[in-house]
Design a binder for this molecule. Structure first.
Ligand SMILES: *[C@@H]1O[C@H](CO)[C@@H](O)[C@H](O)[C@H]1NC(C)=O
Ligand SMILES: *[C@@H]1O[C@H](CO)[C@@H](O)[C@H](O)[C@H]1NC(C)=O
Ligand SMILES: *[C@@H]1O[C@H](CO)[C@@H](O)[C@H](O)[C@H]1NC(C)=O
Ligand SMILES: *[C@@H]1O[C@H](CO)[C@@H](O)[C@H](O)[C@H]1NC(C)=O
Length: 494
């Protein structure tokens, strides 16, 4: 940019030049040469050549597109990370071509001598990987063989320009390629495996990103439309649904999503140091949530107002229910909360609507309702399970109380739902129940290993743990033991 003083003076000179007859004649002569002289034409080709992406009509018309395109191919750059325990990710730069119908990604390498890829700047492939062709599964639970077996495998091939399929679609925005399969549909996993990793991988691009989604579920994209539309300005492409001949061309592509920790983000590893607080603000923006901060009870007292902090007790319809819910509600009210019980994801259906079939819009409407409902509370109590995922919609400073059932899952519960609230500037209390508070104590004799020592069951198999401790257990809170927890919760809201 020119400083203002100079642009003023050049403007003046320009106005003067228009009145200069010899100069006008000269401009006319140049225009004649440009239009009629083949020599000038070649000169124009020369100066436009070698500028990747420079749109030159002159060249398109006379030389054919393919040749020009090959001349513009830059040496590719590949940065993979196959060492991360949660997900494999490859960042590709250069001429990247993606054929969805065959799940193939081509990295075009312009090098002639030394074979394709000789001039490539590549890092991060796993030991023993073939640097001209490798596979990657773009899903964030790489350690879990059982679920990874169902995930689309992408094959990356480094090829010479002659072996690369021709582009049918060109995208200016970079691609992010990932799978919508796996645990898709489980509320916790939707956020943990998919939404938060997508936020980490794509948010810094400010919407200028084209999602290419393997195993794309249309209902999923409809349900989480607010979130997806906040991350990309473009309709997500169903990779497997692409026509057989479709080849999408990009200058940059990310294969796989980055995932740092359970239901959270490590800002030190995220682009622009994005954190879970940024994610919470993003959700508040997308769902137009009104409350950024929870109530401050000390301010209420000062103002002499009667308003109480609001507590949501999340109820479950199947296992891990609160058996003595009325007793818990009474305790929370006595301690000073205004209490609501809800299973959040299915708002009460008015009697007259009971016969209506669920519409395709149901998931989407529920997200809007759930986010608004949860945001209106200052504290939330829930038994370990995916309903706790709703904590992402609580205001900042709110208190989360996780009730952990029997079965030696205190550590797991802490990782999944204990760390994330703290990363979102909220407070967290974990309540580990005793054997007496578990309904398993009514099913098994007191000395049974299920009650006394869950570790051997963990060692035997996770599905047994799931079956017994997650699938057969309800919770009867000992209100005498729970009272100090709720007192602490109300203190934390000061
Ligand atoms: C590859 O790229 C990195 C990062 O830009 C650079 O530091 C490195 O020198 C490059 N290596 C080669 C062989 O060009
Ligand atoms: C890598 O794979 C390509 C294609 O399958 C093959 O032609 C090449 O020999 C392989 N290179 C090595 C070092 O294994
Ligand atoms: C992100 O955090 C890391 C580690 O705290 C720091 O070294 C880096 O400078 C930060 N980057 C930005 C862009 O703020
Ligand atoms: C519950 O278990 C977790 C994990 O073992 C532990 O950190 C926490 O202190 C326990 N909570 C209570 C109240 O004992």
């Amino acid at each position: 940019m020119k400083p203002p003083a100079r642009s003023n003076s050049s403007k003046k000179q320009g106005r003067g030049a228009l009145c200069n007859l010899p100069l006008l004649l000269l401009i006319g002569a140049i225009q004649f040469l440009v239009i009629y002289s083949p020599a000038i034409d070649r000169y124009m080709v020369m100066i436009t050549k070698g500028k990747p992406g420079f749109p030159s009509l002159l060249m398109d018309g006379r030389r054919g597109f393919k040749l020009v395109e090959e001349e513009a191919i830059p040496p590719p750059r590949v940065r993979c990370d196959f060492a991360d325990p949660r997900s494999d990710v490859c960042e590709l730069e250069g001429a990247i071509r993606i054929r969805g119908s065959t799940s193939e990604v081509f990295v075009v390498s312009p090098s002639s001598g030394g074979g394709a890829g000789a001039d490539m700047n590549m890092t991060g492939l796993a030991a023993g990987m073939n640097a001209t062709s490798w596979t990657i599964q773009p899903y964030t639970r790489k350690g879990e063989a059982r679920v990874m077996r169902g995930i689309t495998t992408l094959t990356v091939r480094v090829v010479s320009p002659g072996d690369a399929p021709a582009c049918t679609v060109r995208h200016d925005a970079p691609a992010v390629v990932y799978s919508n399969g796996g645990y898709c549909g489980n509320y916790y996993h939707d956020f943990n495996d998919n939404i938060i990793p997508l936020f980490v991988t794509a948010r810094h691009l400010g919407g200028e990103v084209q999602l290419l989604v393997a195993q794309k579920q249309r209902w999923w994209f409809h349900k989480y439309r607010e979130i997806v539309d906040g991350l990309t300005n473009y309709e997500a492409v169903d990779l497997g649904g692409d026509a057989a001949g479709e080849v999408r061309c990009f200058r940059r592509a990310t294969l796989g999503l980055r995932s740092h920790k359970d239901l959270s983000i490590d800002p030190r590893r995220a682009p622009r140091n994005l954190s879970m607080v940024d994610f919470k603000r993003f959700l508040m923006w997308r769902y137009a949530l009104p409350r950024e901060h929870a109530i401050r009870t000390d301010e209420l007292e000062d103002a002499g107002r009667a308003k109480k902090p609001r507590m949501l007790i999340v109820t479950r319809r199947s296992r891990r229910r609160f058996v003595n819910l009325p007793e818990i509600v009474a305790l929370a009210e006595e301690v000073g909360f205004e209490v609501t019980t809800s299973d959040v994801m299915s708002p009460p259906v008015p009697e007259k609507d009971k016969q209506m079939k669920p519409s395709s819009d149901e998931g989407h409407a529920r997200m809007a309702d759930a986010s608004a409902l949860v945001n209106s509370f200052d504290a939330m109590v829930a038994v370990h399970g995916s309903g706790l995922t709703n904590l992402v919609f609580l205001p900042m400073n709110a208190v989360v109380v996780q009730v952990v059932p029997l079965g030696r899952m205190e550590g797991l519960a802490m990782d999944e739902y204990g760390v994330p609230p703290r990363d979102m500037n909220m407070r967290y209390i974990q309540y580990n129940i005793t054997a007496e508070e578990s309904t398993l104590s009514e099913v098994y004799p007191r000395a049974h290993p299920v009650l006394l020592d869950p570790m051997p069951i963990h060692k035997q198999s996770w599905s047994l743990v799931k079956d017994i401790y997650l699938g057969q257990q309800d919770v009867r809170i000992n209100v005498r033991r729970f009272r100090p927890v709720l007192h602490k919760a109300i203190r934390l809201l000061r």
